[in-house]
Design a protein around this ligand. Structure first.
Ligand code: HAM
Length: 404
């Protein structure tokens, strides 16, 4: 028997209800915040991710589904959504148009990671990207949007916050971190030795315990911000406080993607094992320019849908629409016609097989229908239909003419 690939899941039945409930809720909230839907291809040029997510990141360095296609193009399945949205933004010349552009998207992402609970090779993200706003209010609003979505879904969280500085302060900080790493060259792990040369700040979220202990004494990003970044970070904290959003500062939060500057944040949950990040994002003011667009400030986030599906508190199921069935084969044609007309206005499920009443009632219950409507030989003769309201359990027989 052929099975799905390792780390790639089907989403169906009960899972699908959670999945669509999440998408519907997040979509509604993103629209309330003024975001518009965008869809970009699953397959992109590999160079797009090398230049944006960064060659030193694990995502690009180790986890890409990359291949040469029949036209000899170097392509890969997208490991994340931001790069494709930025490419589309530039390709459509929205960078030249100026103004504010806000997008949301959802869909599959692919990372060749070692699968475990909450960590998949094909997973789904819901993300938003905002272009053209350099105010830190936008960063705060974005964080509040994630908090809104999580709260609506009944999901508890912790918010971790950091600033990664900008072109003014980051290069200087990087140098002081390299000097620190040089001093401890013999005590850091092999991965960190490599990171020191490729992207030194990555060492800060090294999982090696020895390195972690050592880095407690490393220079801190937040102590080395320039005035502009410092002011923005203070303003961000104040806006969040004013809006009752609790946060923790994590000076080692560097994110797994290279394009960030200034605000970086992650939402984590204690309830899904070691894969605790349920959403992450930040500001990426240099990326549009880096991908050959006109310099445009930008900020965004993405949420991991599979991880959230574990945590969603589903609302009490409410019954909806009609189930229509026949108890006599002679009535099936009529039942199909009635279902067709009902479907124009309301959800309607149907069974084409003639069955006894008990079986129909069971099927109506499973379909979560509000009304179970049945036509047997008596009803067919009298031109009526029998209906049971599965919520209040009342029953009645009405004329077909009144049913339509
Ligand atoms: P990210 O932190 O790499 O950010 O991913 C966002 C979320 O996707 C994570 O917090 C996690 O919930 C989920 N996720 C990541 N990898 C996996 C996996 N292997 N299995 C299941 N879920 C996973 C980004 O992707 C950025 N593009 C976010 C962003 C948007 N920044 C600015 N705009």
């Amino acid at each position: 028997m052929i099975k799905s690939l390792r780390g790639m899941n089907d989403i169906l039945s009960e899972d699908y209800q959670r999945f669509t409930y999440f998408i519907d809720t997040a979509t509604k909230i993103a629209q309330n915040y003024g975001y518009h839907f965008i869809e970009t291809p699953l397959l992109e040029e590999t160079a797009l991710f090398k230049r944006s997510v960064g060659e030193s990141s694990d995502i690009v360095g180790k986890e890409m589904y990359q291949f040469i296609d029949k036209g000899k193009n170097d392509v890969c399945l997208r490991p994340e959504g931001t790069a494709g949205v930025v490419r589309a933004f530039i390709q459509k010349k929205l960078d030249k148009a100026g103004g504010t552009h806000r997008f949301f998207y959802h869909g599959p992402m692919f990372r060749y990671e070692r699968p475990q609970k909450g960590r998949l090779r094909e997973f789904h993200q819901f993300g938003v990207e905002s272009f053209g706003v350099d105010s830190v209010y936008e960063d705060a609003t974005m964080i509040m949007m994630v908090a809104d979505i999580l709260q609506t879904l009944g999901i508890g969280y912790k918010l971790q916050l950091n600033s990664l500085g900008d072109n003014n302060c980051m290069p200087q900080y990087r140098e002081s971190l390299i000097s620190f790493l040089d001093l401890h060259e013999n005590n850091i792990c092999e991965d960190c030795k490599r990171r020191k040369n490729t992207n030194p700040i990555r060492v800060l979220d090294c999982k090696n315990e020895n390195c972690q202990n050592l880095y407690k004494d490393a220079p801190k990003l937040l102590n080395n911000l320039c005035e502009g970044c410092e002011d923005d970070f203070s303003a961000l904290k104040k806006i969040l406080q004013d809006n009752d959003i609790e946060y923790e500062i994590d000076t080692n939060l560097v994110r797994g993607l290279d394009y960030y500057s200034k605000t970086a944040f992650e939402f984590v949950s204690d309830n899904i094992g070691s894969q605790s990040a349920i959403a992450g994002g930040g500001r990426y003011d240099r990326l549009v320019e880096f991908l050959d667009g006109r310099p445009t400030p930008a900020v965004g986030f993405a949420m991991g849908i599979e991880r959230l599906m574990e945590l969603i508190v589903m609302p009490d199921t409410f019954r909806e629409g009609y189930y229509i069935g026949a108890m006599d084969v002679e009535a099936v044609d009529l039942v199909v016609r009635l279902a067709q007309s009902k479907r124009k206005t309301v959800k309607t499920t149907i069974d084409y097989k003639a069955k006894n009443l008990q079986k129909h009632l069971k099927a109506a219950d499973k379909a979560n229908a509000r009304f179970c409507c049945i036509i047997g030989s008596n009803e067919l003769k009298d031109n009526t239909i029998w209906m049971k309201n599965l919520e209040d359990k009342t029953e009645k027989t009405i004329n077909i003419g009144d049913f339509k």
